[in-house]
Design a binder for this molecule. Structure first.
Ligand code: CA
Ligand code: CA
Length: 149
């Protein structure tokens, strides 16, 4: 009797744990979303801040929930991370015509994360800001030196 209860408890726990990965079946390339910090690995928790999933939802996860946990045209056309690429473009469905179970029609190319902006973009933005600040400082110094001299 105790063994039966223990097995049922374990099955219930395992079925609960396995609920979240199933959401990846409802978005294109749900099992192929790369980790932007390590493109050789996958980001299983596509809709979460935590790479492994669970816990706080990221913006894509919030948008996915708002759309009833379904891949809709509206969700596809959204740009959840504001990097000028729609969620559909990032997940390999640029025409927003993918639907659940049509994995063979996926356009699998260079996928990116619908929430995490690539590190390269952040590095380029920081470099641009630093260059602009240096140029402004040099111009101010030159102007001050000319005024003083
Ligand atoms: Ca985007
Ligand atoms: Ca992105």
């Amino acid at each position: 009797m105790f063994r039966t209860i223990l097995c049922l408890g374990s099955m219930m726990l395992l079925s609960t744990i396995n609920c979240y990965p199933n959401f990846r079946n409802f978005i294109p390339n749900g099992f192929n979303v790369p980790d932007p910090c390590d493109p050789s690995s996958i980001w299983p928790g596509v809709g979460h801040e935590n790479k492994a999933g669970g816990g706080v939802r990221n913006m894509f996860g919030k948008h996915f929930k708002m759309n009833g946990y379904q891949w809709t045209t509206a969700l596809c056309k959204m740009d959840s991370d504001k990097d000028n690429k729609t969620n559909g473009e990032e997940l390999g469905d640029p025409n927003c015509d993918w639907s659940v179970g049509e994995n063979d029609k996926l356009i699998i190319g260079i996928l990116s994360h619908p929430v995490v902006v690539a590190v390269v973009v952040v590095v380029v933005a920081v470099v641009v800001v630093v260059v602009v600040v240096v140029v402004v400082v040099v111009v101010v110094v030159v102007v001050v030196v000319k005024v003083v001299v």
